[in-house]
Design a protein around this ligand. Structure first.
Ligand code: HEM
Length: 146
């Protein structure tokens, strides 16, 4: 029961995070560029940023617990199966995603005062790639693709 509940929550939060990031990269920023309306994109980013750290932290805790259900922690770093590989890659990707969010914020890449649509595009492009990796290696637990 715990497992089912955690997977449901993990997938729901993944939709929020991946959907939000991809929406910015592939729809909102290109549309703002095309219509020369930067405030449209920066308003979306402002709304997305509210609570994104909280959602990411929750996702980490749920993912951590799911990984413990799959494999004892002592076997996480053995790289002997696709499960242990997936755990390590997901931990690394999560840290990279969180770090890039902080770096991007510090550099002011996604705020209208200090950033441009180009810098916001780069910022969200990198987030999109990391989010894709988290999705791929999440699915890898069951599918054993890599
Ligand atoms: C932003 C962060 C994350 C996102 C967007 C994400 C996304 C996903 C997705 C899309 C799945 C596939 C769900 C399924 O096949 O049912 C998944 C599964 C999984 N994730 Fe994550 N994940 C994140 C962080 C983490 C972290 C930090 C861990 C810890 C190592 C983790 C551990 C797992 C595990 C163990 C599964 C397999 C669950 C299952 O299908 O049985 N995730 N994740």
């Amino acid at each position: 029961m715990e497992y089912q509940f955690l997977v449901l929550l993990h997938v729901f939060l993944a939709i929020v995070i991946i959907g939000g990031v991809w929406m910015a990269s592939f729809i909102v920023i290109p549309f703002a560029k095309k219509t020369d309306n930067p405030s449209f994109a920066f308003n979306y980013i402002k709304a997305f940023d509210r609570g994104s750290h909280l959602v990411l932290t929750l996702q980490f805790l749920i993912g951590f617990r799911l990984a413990m259900i799959y494999l004892p922690m002592s076997e996480w770093f053995t790289f002997s199966t696709h499960i242990s590989l997936s755990v390590v890659v997901k931990l690394v990707l999560w840290v990279a995603l969180f770090a890039w969010m902080i770096i991007g914020k510090k550099k002011g890449m996604s705020t209208p005062e200090t950033g441009t649509l180009k810098s916001a595009g780069t910022y969200f492009g990198i987030l999109s790639a990391l989010a894709f990796g988290l999705m791929l290696f999440g699915l890898n637990f069951r599918l054993g693709l890599i």
